[in-house]
Design a protein around this ligand. Structure first.
Ligand code: SAM
Length: 209
């Protein structure tokens, strides 16, 4: 699993690496464009929404939303990713923050129409993900939605199949979403849907109960 320095070093080459993995339909980024496009289209149903992006990276998704007039806030622990994203979205409120430390106090009173996160929350263990997501629900506006696009599998067996097929690149230190394990917990405090997109990617959509 990459730390902050690892992401700083990766920042300039990030988009190219993702493209290669996505185009060859391989773990980890198979389905990346469809995942981001689906989130983009969902947010575009509403005009001028307030969006929080957790782990926005080079802002592939949020910069498009920014161009369409949505208001963007974001958290990311990589100063190099922030530099790239801020150049694309000069008025976005982007904060350098490590989400393994929870949620920053200065964001706690904000309300968002959409809270999105793509390919970032697998850096939290399931024990960390659950309270983090629970907390995000409190930041949603009345009709707000959390949309998470990430490396995700319907079952542990499917994850294991992907691990075997991708053994040369597999990162054993990351914590991928497994629907059959997470859904029973998430549905206790949210309305939750899972949409598989590729053999290793999917979307979770959550609203308040
Ligand atoms: C794989 S990139 C995804 C970037 C972008 N969301 C996308 O879909 O292309 C993961 C991003 O999450 C950030 N990240 C990873 N762990 C983090 C942490 N603990 N706290 C804050 N940001 C983190 C990285 O700096 C990086 O920008």
């Amino acid at each position: 699993m990459l730390n902050k320095q690892g992401f700083n070093l990766w920042a300039n080459n990030y988009d190219h690496t993702v493209q290669l993995s996505e185009e060859s339909n391989q773990y980890p980024f198979a389905g990346y464009k469809t995942i981001l496009n689906t989130i983009f289209n969902e947010i575009m149903q509403k005009s001028q929404s307030k969006v929080l992006d957790i782990g926005f990276g080079t802002a592939v998704l949020t910069s498009k939303l920014y161009e369409e007039g949505h208001t963007i806030d974001g958290l990311d622990f990589s100063s190099e990713m922030i530099k790239i994203a801020q150049a694309k979205m000069p008025t976005a409120h982007l904060m350098e923050w490590d989400i393994s430390k929870g949620f920053p106090d200065s964001f706690k009173n904000n309300k968002y129409d959409f809270i999105i996160s793509t390919y970032a929350l697998h850096h939290l263990s399931d024990e960390e993900k659950i309270p983090f997501i629970k907390n995000l629900l409190t930041l949603l506006s009345e009709e707000g939605k959390i949309i998470i696009g990430d490396i995700a599998f319907k079952t542990r067996d499917r994850l294991e199949t992907c691990r075997r097929d991708s053994i040369n690149y597999w990162d054993d230190e990351e914590y991928y979403f497994v629907e059959e394990e997470l859904y029973p917990v998430l549905k206790e405090f949210s309305q939750c849907e899972f949409h598989p997109i590729s053999h290793c990617g999917g979307l979770f959509i959550m609203t308040r109960k």
